[in-house]
Design a protein around this ligand. Structure first.
Ligand code: HEC
Length: 168
């Protein structure tokens, strides 16, 4: 082999080496560019964005009265059920007065017994109502609203109506 041949071979090897280097370099650059593009495309994808929005959505939000609500699962406060209907006199009596007045417990005037009620009814309805609402201490103790302070004045007075009617 002449030294010229050797030089040519060296040159060819060098060229191949450089080409391989360039190829590897291009591969690395192409890979980085494609990764960056993939990421950008994913972040711009509507479905991906919707999924993220769903994941990071707050559990609840305040809805102002009258504000339109897009999500049918959310109900505005104004749609909350209306306040409970008032109980009738007999209903209140059964729920809150019967326990004591039904059997005349602890000195309570017994329901329907005129002897227990006549003197009290003689005080007038204003006094009876007031004592039923605010409580009354005589020989026994009548707690305010019979202990059911959650009931409205109207409901308690309806129960007094009922108690008074039972005597007549
Ligand atoms: C924990 C027992 C108890 C419950 C419950 C109770 N009362 Fe009485 N109530 C009494 C007692 C005891 C008296 C008698 C107080 C006294 O004269 O010393 C009385 C007296 C009254 C009187 C007569 C007050 C007066 O001026 O003489 C009325 C009216 C009355 N109760 C209404 C009611 C009504 C209405 C309810 C139900 C909402 C009710 N009470 C529930 C114990 C009770």
């Amino acid at each position: 082999m002449s030294s010229d041949d050797q030089k040519n071979i060296d040159l060819i090897l060098l060229t191949i080496g450089v080409l391989i280097g360039v190829a590897v370099g291009l591969f690395v650059i192409a890979r980085d560019v494609s990764n960056a593009n993939m990421e950008r495309m994913m972040l711009n994808d509507r479905e991906y964005q919707a999924a993220v929005n769903e994941r990071i959505a707050p559990l609840g939000r305040v809805v102002l009265d009258g504000e339109a609500v897009a999500d049918p699962g959310v109900t505005a406060v104004k749609d909350a059920p209306a306040a409970a209907v008032l109980m009738t006199g007999p209903q209140v009596y059964n729920a809150a007065c019967l326990a004591c007045h039904g059997g005349g417990i602890g000195g309570a005037p017994k329901t329907g017994v005129a002897a227990d009620w006549n003197a009290r009814i003689a005080q007038g309805r204003e006094v009876l109502n007031k004592h039923a609402l605010e409580g009354f201490q005589g020989a026994g103790f009548m707690p305010p609203k019979g202990g059911r302070v959650d009931l409205s004045d109207e409901e308690i007075i309806a129960a007094v109506d009922y108690l008074v009617e039972q005597v007549k």
